[in-house]
Design a protein around this ligand. Sequence first.
Ligand code: ADP
Length: 260
Amino acid sequence: LRDGRPARQMPFGPDSLTRVILVSSGKGGVGKSTVTANLAVALAARGLRVGLIDADVHGFSIPGLLGIEPGTQPTRIDDLMLPPVAHDVKTISIGMFLRDGEQVVAWRGPMLHRTVQQFLTDVFFGDLDVLLVDMPPGTGDIAISIGQILPHAEVLVVTTPQPAAADVAIRSGLVARRTGQKVIGVVENMAALALPDGTTLDLFGSGGGAEVAAALEVPLLASIPLSPALRVGGDAGMPVVLAEPQDSAAQAITALADAV
Ligand code: ADP
């Protein structure tokens, strides 16, 4: 009971019509948040009602990627919170729940668990077609918490083409599966860069995406090339799928939005 009222039910349970897609990776820096933000915007551009939860406690980069001003808070109405909307995506970040200077990475497991549960019950997203969750990298407490709170969630695993990234990505997919989630596919990011002379540069090697997909027995849904425009769009808070839809990374992410 809160203030004498019955506790609200978590709206994304097994009976909900909302697809919940967790975007995971084995390690940080593979572009998971960048891919998640662009995928959310690409799905919203198709007319879907999209929510995005930034649960990456180590980075919470989603607000910046979507151009949400630092310090922006959900709008509070009684005990409900309305998420800020950016590029038609209703977005909430764990960073919006921190007191000044507080470091969420210092929280213990139960605190993280409660916060995630609060995200899911007290933030009023309304009816959504898709809820994306930008997961913390790896297989830590919060990944397992979210697995318990949303056992019917689907999982996308993001990796780079590098063998070392692929190994940890496979592990994160296997852990998600053990908590009952369904791994629906792999996204390879930072694939070969197209050079002006028509050749390509495999900066991070090749084959990681296919390797993870084969190990998890799921499809490789996208291979997103290295792209200066993707990085620039992220820094500017204007996702490349909107800013430069002709860019090769933008096209790969737009195709991913069709494939999920
Ligand atoms: P993660 O969420 O996995 O930690 P980020 O999404 O924060 O990774 O991306 C890490 C950095 O790599 C960011 O600076 C981002 O702009 C850049 N980046 C991600 N994907 C690409 C890409 N395909 N091409 C160029 N830069 C990229």
